[in-house]
Design a protein around this ligand. Structure first.
Ligand code: NAD
Length: 403
């Protein structure tokens, strides 16, 4: 389901629209995807040998300008992954930053050559509305702050990428989606694995029933959490523990492998072995997702154990990723042998795909509605663990098609 229609005005203006249209007509999209890589790029090409987003693949004719992204929140993920990925993207670039820490602002300005006029604090955030350098705002804050800044970003007239989980309540997700719709701006979730070949192969094998109908899915994702003072362990800022943070990848993985939304969930919390560290959020949780056809998925997540697997067992064989959810080094096996797919710069692909959606006014494959569906499932899992009852899934889950 497509909720966010961007403005019919092309962000690069008419000249880009006409040129890209002529290019697509003359090359054909299939031909464009098979074209050699954009050779004018300096430095190593992250796309080497990879399939690119459509507009990037046509990058032998670069757009008039790359779309400008402003990162909001310069913590571990922005610093370690997103900013470096934005040095590799072809359709977008790091144009601005929003931070509450002046020292970070000065380091980032120098490192990434960001002009003063594109540096904002949380107090001056709303002034981004007047900045034509910024096309997309990427919200990379603690989970409970996502809603406020996504809504402000939409009201500032910008397209938005929001990190997972989309928000800490279904109601907030709804407000965020509505705000983007009202502003006629696109909203996507930072679900990088939809752009990752191993996970795409799980989607293909599962959804096309290459090994026959699925019988059982297993998904687990956990790690040992460090600093006991971090926001991830603070319920008000995180909205929950490992389920919100990394269990969400299992929910996603199960659904895109099955190609259907679940109809109900059951769950059980892990016993806490560190009561001080986990006084506000769960230490871990086991849950099951049930599908209408009787298939089920057994899942687990933890802040006290390390694992990361996605496995499907089908009538005529099995296929799995282990590790399944990291930024790189993913490995896939099937009952017929290893998966022969590459690791790619996931975040660069993800952000270029969103830029492509804006440039060509296409729906994103990871829309706000998908984020809302997942938040509904996450809180249904908590309710199931708290009550010991099976919880049936409702509206948000039905609002997005099977992906
Ligand atoms: P982090 O703790 O490293 O960074 C959080 C940033 O938010 C910091 O710069 C901090 O200064 C800022 N901040 C602003 N207001 C704050 C407040 N009131 N309390 C605490 N910090 C505040 O966290 P992170 O790992 O970068 O995670 C940020 C978001 O990105 C989360 O939603 C997380 O789920 C998501 N994330 C996604 C991935 C992924 O693979 N897609 C990976 C890591 C994190």
């Amino acid at each position: 389901m497509q909720a966010n229609q961007s403005s019919p005005m092309h962000p690069f203006g008419d000249s880009f629209s006409r040129r890209s249209f002529l290019r697509q007509v003359s090359c054909g999209l299939g031909a464009a995807l098979a074209m050699p890589r954009f050779s004018a790029m300096a430095g190593p090409d992250p796309y080497a040998g990879q399939e690119m987003p459509a507009a990037a693949a046509i990058g032998a004719f670069p757009p008039d300008r790359k779309l400008g992204i402003a990162l909001v929140g310069l913590g571990g993920y922005s610093e370690g992954q997103l900013a470096p990925a934005l040095q590799q993207t072809k359709l977008c670039r790091l144009a601005g930053i929003v931070t509450g820490t002046p020292e970070k602002a000065s380091t980032w300005k120098t490192k990434y050559n960001i002009p003063d006029k594109n540096v904002y604090s949380y107090e001056t955030f709303d002034q981004i509305a007047n900045n034509p350098d910024i096309d997309i705002i990427y919200v990379v804050l603690p989970n409970a702050l996502h809603a406020e800044y996504v809504i402000k970003a939409a009201q500032a007239g910008k397209h938005v990428i929001c990190e997972k989980p989309l928000a800490t309540s279904v109601e907030d997700c709804k407000r965020m989606i509505d705000a983007c719709n009202q502003a006629n701006k696109k909203l996507s979730v930072g679900y990088r694995l939809h752009f990752e070949p191993h996970n795409q192969e799980m989607m293909r094998l599962g959804q096309k029933e290459v090994f026959g109908p699925l019988k059982k899915i297993y998904a687990d994702n956990g790690f040992r959490i460090g600093d006991p003072k971090q926001w991830r362990l603070n319920q008000a800022l995180s909205g929950g523990g490992p389920l919100m943070d990394v269990g969400i990848y299992c929910v996603q993985g199960v659904i895109y492998t099955k190609g259907q939304n679940p109809v109900s969930v059951t769950a059980k919390f892990h016993e806490k072995t560190d009561l001080e560290r986990f006084k506000e959020v769960e230490q871990g949780i086991d849950w099951q997702m049930q599908f209408a056809d009787g298939t089920s998925a057994d899942c687990k997540t933890s802040y006290a154990e390390g694992y990361g697997r996605l496995r499907a067992e089908a009538a005529k064989g099995w296929f799995e990723l282990n590790p399944a959810y990291g930024y790189g080094g993913l490995k896939g096996e099937t009952s017929r042998g290893p998966m022969d797919v590459p690791n790619v710069p996931q975040q660069a692909f993800q952000m270029d795909d969103f830029a492509d959606c804006i440039i060509n006014n296409k729906p994103t494959r990871v829309p706000g509605e998908m984020g809302m569906r997942d938040v509904e499932i996450l809180y249904a899992i908590y309710r199931a663990a708290e009550t010991g009852q099976k919880v049936r899934l409702g509206q948000a889950v039905n609002a997005v098609g099977n992906r």
